[in-house]
Design a protein around this ligand. Structure first.
Ligand SMILES: Cc1ncc(C[n+]2csc(CCOP(=O)(O)OP(=O)(O)O)c2C)c(N)n1
Length: 371
């Protein structure tokens, strides 16, 4: 810790080398560490494949978590099965870590009939009820009051679930951030806010986002703890989220965690970061790559070797290839799906349209999918 105040310092656990690693102080077992490392590599590979897919014109849009994998994996492994996740753009991968099938996850990018949302959402806005992950709404910050509402409901019902709400540094300028933080503090709801301070909000640098000394320090104004953590240190992220979960679950209320990291790439496939990110800044953060940092320690401890890493990468590539093939086999959503999942009982005018479309599909001798 660099400052005795956790909202101003930078909490770190991962040492610079294996020699300084004290296994008795570890928040994860050796096997868990290797798992976490492989999951981070998987996320990175998935990102690069999806960006390539967008460049080939096979999907319309993609938002990567490249450089930010330690926050995604560290937080995901700290929560329990029944907890709810309210992501922003870069945390969809948590669904996979919690058992969501990869083909169905990829189908969301195609918006086809395998997609849970039947093509109704923008790509990279995945959700899955079975893994307790809600779809992001794209309008920055809107997921935060929703997460607080869900946490408040859990508390009123006497559930032990907590909600994990993600946001970027840019979202701290949104009105919804302040409304959510205030409500969470006043009603002491079991919600953990994880702000991924990746230094950029598209082309706006984080220094233009706030006049506060840190983002974590904003928590003080809302009467909750604020903790600033090294977001490229998966152990520190994991341990901090885990402690916040214990606090929330035992009725002590919310926590704001600022995870200091870096967006090592474009905001999304619609953006060209070379117009505003300097080569020097990017290079400095490459030296602190979260995957390389953990990998270096694990190699030094003898928990990993190059052959194991290569085998893991080959297996990850095989899984992605096979899931892509499976996802791309599915055609567009049925036209009749326009009428589904909105009303419990269709109003009369929509029922008429539904029946008309069904009859037209049968007359033209094609299925209601229109294919
Ligand atoms: C209310 C609102 N304003 C503006 C936008 C356009 N927009 C999309 S992403 C983004 C930047 C978000 O930055 P940040 O919250 O730091 O998250 P990051 O993308 O860096 O993970 C903006 C301004 C939006 N989607 N919603």
């Amino acid at each position: 810790m660099t400052d005795p105040d956790p909202a101003l310092g930078l909490y770190r656990l991962l040492p610079a080398s294996a020699e300084q690693y004290v296994s008795g102080e570890a928040v994860l077992t050796d096997a868990e560490l290797v798992r976490v490392y492989c999951d981070m590599r998987f996320m990175r590979l998935l990102d690069s494949r999806m960006v390539a897919l967008q460049r080939q014109g096979r999907i319309g849009f993609y938002g990567s978590s490249t450089g930010q994998e330690a926050v995604v994996v560290g937080a995901a492994t700290a929560i329990e099965r029944e907890d709810w996740v309210f992501p922003a753009l870069r945390e969809s991968g948590i669904m996979l870590l919690r058992g969501f099938p990869l083909p169905r996850y990829l189908a969301q990018l195609f918006g086809n009939s395998l997609d849970v949302l039947q093509g109704r959402q923008m790509p990279s806005h995945m959700s899955g009820r079975q893994v307790h992950q809600v779809s992001w709404s794209s309008a920055i910050g809107t997921q935060l009051p929703q997460a607080v509402g869900a946490a408040w409901a859990a508390r009123m019902k006497g559930d032990r679930n907590i909600t994990l709400a993600f946001l970027g540094d840019g979202a701290t300028s949104s009105p919804d951030f302040h409304a959510a933080m205030n409500f969470a503090g006043v009603f002491s709801v079991p919600c953990i806010f994880v702000c991924q301070n990746n230094h950029w909000s598209i082309s706006t640098p984080s220094v233009r986002q706030t006049a506060s000394e840190t983002i974590a320090v904003k928590a003080k104004a809302y009467g909750m703890p604020g903790i600033r953590v090294d977001g490229n240190d998966v152990l520190a992220v994991h341990g901090t989220v885990k402690n916040a979960c214990v606090r929330a679950r035992s009725g002590q209320g919310p926590t704001l965690i600022e995870a200091v990291t870096y967006r090592m790439g474009a905001h999304s496939t619609s953006d060209d970061p070379t117009r505003y990110q300097s080569v020097e800044e990017l290079e400095a953060w490459r030296q602190r790559d979260p995957i390389d940092r953990l990998g270096g320690v694990l190699l030094g401890l003898g928990l990993l070797d190059r052959t194991l890493i290569e085998q893991g990468d080959a297996e990850a590539a095989r899984q992605i290839d096979s899931a892509l093939q499976e996802a791309e086999r599915h055609g567009p959503p049925s036209q009749l799906s326009l009428f589904e999942d909105v009303y419990q009982r269709l109003p009369w005018h929509l029922r008429e349209q539904y029946q008309e479309l069904s009859r037209a599909s049968i007359r033209s001798n094609r299925g209601p999918s229109g294919r």
